[in-house]
Design a protein. Structure first.
Length: 449
């Protein structure tokens, strides 16, 4: 577990560092308005992505790890095959639907019609992102953390170069074109990660190592249906486990989409012009909120290793080991969260000025800083619950927290005295409630092995 965490931690540190530089350069290059247009389209992409992956990545990782923990290599390969097949079919359907709905999404759903170009480019991002998620899940289930770490670095390097290059070319064409360029650059980053993982895991055509995940060169096109039929029972088991997760992800992304629609509309009620509302939304979601998650580079690798490790330990009945490792992971998350909160409360204006040249974002950063300990601990709690096979608690928690967040956004953002700061307070309340409810759920799960 420690070795895998070190690999992911090193890659995460590199990716987060590069990502921070990238975000700083991008904001200074294109401005908050273009970032706002991209952030409006991004929840639509996330919703499409989770529809395309059917909630399968976590169950694929968990079932693969569980099968390998029981020395059932054939079963692990069947899980990976079934997951990839289901995701590929769903991705085709969702990409087609997204293409057909682009005019309605950009003109009716979102508040700024200039988002149409970004929404139109989303299907190009969807395909590589969905398949890469399944390959990452397969690697995570096999605890191939070095491959995961390298894939993360490849994706980040490719995305940064592609986004900055395309955004620079799109600048003369206006803010809408820049937002679309960010989408296309992100798609190229996911494609690079996809091909890297496919090569490392042996799923590229003609490779002799296809058997590493159970996809053999002998599977000719005429035998594809036979292969798919072989995976029907495994696919049903995956979908049964994935159903609550898919619902959670759909609600999550529907909530994010509602945020992208509701926050600018409530800002308009507070008396702000549409362009100003888009700019403030971009500052909150594209500048202040990413700052909150920047220190997650320390916590994220632990959670990525923790989920398959807990699944394997639970399969062996080692509950003492589970409690010990959970305690260490939660202590680290809490320590990082408290340190981050102190830093962001101490120097929010200086950090915002240094990174974005926008010291006025400090008020948003200061409020969001209060949620840092809860956000980092909740991230770890969710990974632990999923690793132990509990998908219902995170779903129930998210439904309750999302309802609270939306209610607060509706009530607070329309107040001229708060405006966008009301949305920041709503995000804080969301994280606090989520950590408390998931913590209670984990205690109950550990009390009944």
């Amino acid at each position: 577990m420690l070795r895998g965490a070190i690999w992911l931690g090193a890659a995460g540190l590199f990716a987060r560092g590069l990502g921070a530089v990238y975000r700083v350069v991008l904001v200074r290059l294109v401005g908050a308005e273009a970032i706002g247009l991209f952030q409006m389209a991004f929840p639509v992409f996330r919703l499409a992505l989770h529809l395309a992956t059917l909630g399968l990545p976590a169950p694929v990782a968990q079932m693969t790890s569980d099968a390998l923990g029981r020395s059932r290599a054939l079963q692990s390969r069947q899980v990976e095959r079934a997951g990839l097949a289901l995701a590929a079919l769903a991705t085709l359907a969702v990409a087609l639907g997204l293409s057909l709905l682009t005019p309605w999404i950009s003109q009716r759903l979102l508040t700024d019609g200039r988002s149409v170009l970004a929404v139109r480019a989303l299907p190009l991002w969807l395909a590589p992102a969905a398949l890469a998620m399944l390959l990452r899940a397969a690697a995570q289930g096999r605890q191939l953390m070095a491959d995961l770490a390298l894939a993360q670095s490849v994706e980040q390097v490719a995305r940064v170069g592609a986004v900055l290059g395309l955004a620079l070319l799109a600048l003369p064409r206006g803010q809408a074109a820049v937002a679309a360029a960010i989408v296309l650059g992100s798609a190229l980053g996911e494609a690079a990660s996809l091909f890297f993982l496919a090569a490392r895991l042996g799923v590229l055509p003609g490779r002799r190592t296809l058997s590493r995940i159970g996809l053999h060169p002998s599977r000719t096109p005429g035998r594809v249906w036979v292969m798919l039929l072989d995976q029907v029972p495994v696919g049903r088991a995956l979908l049964h486990l994935a159903a609550p997760l898919l619902l959670l992800q759909l609600v999550n992304n529907l909530t994010a989409t509602v945020n992208a629609v509701l926050i600018p509309r409530r800002l308009a009620v507070a008396g702000l012009a549409p362009a100003q509302a888009t700019t403030l939304y971009g500052e909150l979601m594209g500048m202040a909120l990413p700052l909150l998650y920047l220190p997650m580079v320390v916590v994220w690798p632990i959670t990525q290793v923790l989920m398959p490790d807990l699944a394997a330990q639970a399969a062996r009945g080692r509950w003492g080991t589970i409690r010990h490792r959970l305690g260490r992971a939660l202590a680290l998350a809490a320590a990082v969260g408290l340190g981050s909160m102190a830093l962001f409360l101490w120097q929010p204006a200086r950090i915002s000025e240094l990174l974005y040249g926008a010291p006025h974002v400090a008020d948003q950063v200061r409020i969001l800083a209060l949620s840092a300990p809860f956000a980092y601990v909740n991230h770890t709690l969710t990974a632990a619950l999923l690793g132990l096979g509990d998908t219902r608690t995170p779903l129930a928690t998210f439904l309750a927290a999302s309802a609270l967040r939306l209610a607060l956004i509706h009530a607070l953002v329309a107040r001229p005295s708060l405006a966008i700061l009301g949305a920041a307070w709503a995000l804080v309340a969301d994280e606090v409630l989520s950590a408390l409810l998931n913590g209670r759920g984990l205690l109950r799960r550990l009390s009944v092995p």
